[in-house]
Write a protein that binds this ligand. Sequence first.
Ligand code: MD3
Ligand code: FE
Length: 218
Amino acid sequence: MTLDLFADEDLQQPARLQSISEQGFVLHGFALPWAEALLQALAGVLIQSPFRHMQTPGGFTMSARLSSCGELGWTSDCNGYSYSPVDPLRKQPWPAMPDTFLALAEAAAGAAGFEHFVPDACLINCYVPGAKMSLHQDKNERSLEAPIVSISLGLPAVFQFGGFERSDPAQRISLFHGDIVVWGGVDRLRYHGVLPIQPGQHPVLGEQRINITLRKAG
Ligand code: MD3
Ligand code: FE
């Protein structure tokens, strides 16, 4: 199902809302009018808390590098996954959540039917060609009622959108610069992942894909 969205007056062309499950949506191009402001705010965050590799509890190194901003940041180490108010690299609070992130997250969530979304955690993933994210569930957030908003920038990715068991078949959905995925409600705990990023050059971001996910973790 697709329909046009006129929620954002800044859009040159209306973004396309694609339903991928009962409460999962791709908002094609929704972030394009915000991209410059997003990247500028992101640069400010990364000066403070740069991208770094993290270890999985099983002792593997994740192929995407990541950072966080907001009250809570996502961390992984030999003890497991958790949200923490402190950046373990700097031993200081994570950078503040930029206003543009909050405003775009609320607008995108609203366009997908989730009103008044106020995230307190923002995980930023950076993929170079070959990097991937294996199928997983996002279940470390305390409030599973809130949706998650995911903003894709840079090189395209093939996103895997599965079921509620790891072995369930997964849809494959291409995500491009400026696309946003919003999911929540009954689809909040679906398995999902990202296939290895293909080599390429993005005109704005070069040889990388950046994914910004906004969550209510606390
Ligand atoms: C989950 N990131 O950081 S987000 C993560 O593109 C993460 O970097 C991926 O998964 C990334 O935890 C994917 C996009 C996404 C989209 C739709 C979903 C995750 C979803 C639907 C259901 C569950
Ligand atoms: Fe995830």
